[in-house]
Design a protein around this ligand. Sequence first.
Ligand SMILES: [Zn+2]
Length: 232
Amino acid sequence: MACRRARRIRTPSPAALARIGLCPLGCVEHATEVGLLDEAECERARVARDPAYDGRFFTGCRTTGIYCRPVCPVRPAHPRNVCFFPSAAAAEAAGFRPCLRCRPETAPFCPAWLGSRATVERAARLIADEGALDGDGATVEMLAARVGVGARHLARLFAKHLGATPSRVAKTARIQRAKRLLDVTDRPMTEIALLAGFRSLRRFNAVFTEVYDRSPTEIRRTRRPTRQVAQS
Ligand SMILES: [Zn+2]
């Protein structure tokens, strides 16, 4: 199926998403058949900054290359420049960077399909909460076995409902964990890398810089003083 948005986007289109069978970018416009939100609903929620939709979709802005939560305080982009994704991982796989204002890594976990797709939900939670794909020797096959399906079936379910492969979702989960740790702790970088699930500091720096276009050190330097809100 030809995707109008895919041709106009200036970001790379990853082979993993091309295999999804819907839109090669995993955008919501072509995902309605699998029970996700449709584009008009996303657009209404985005413009209204509706908190009820937080975590259910993410908006990529093609002019900035940034993706946001529906509740982002930044002035909404022109409708013709946006594209919607069912997960942060899908937005990142399509080449968008996380917004530093609305911080997608803090969005609640409540994708549009929640409640109807227990297998995907369980596997995604194992990835996000337990780092099920982080350790040495951790494989998608093992994860699939834990939720009682085959690896290929799990990959298909992820593509359909999250617009990204299990590995891509795990990569985004590591980046998000690291970003939260950078924002709320003063732990040394090596410790953050390991706690977030990266196998080395070098890998952490490389992946983080790839996604944010800034090093972890630069991100920490620009963080807002949210930690100092605790008052007695
Ligand atoms: Zn934002």
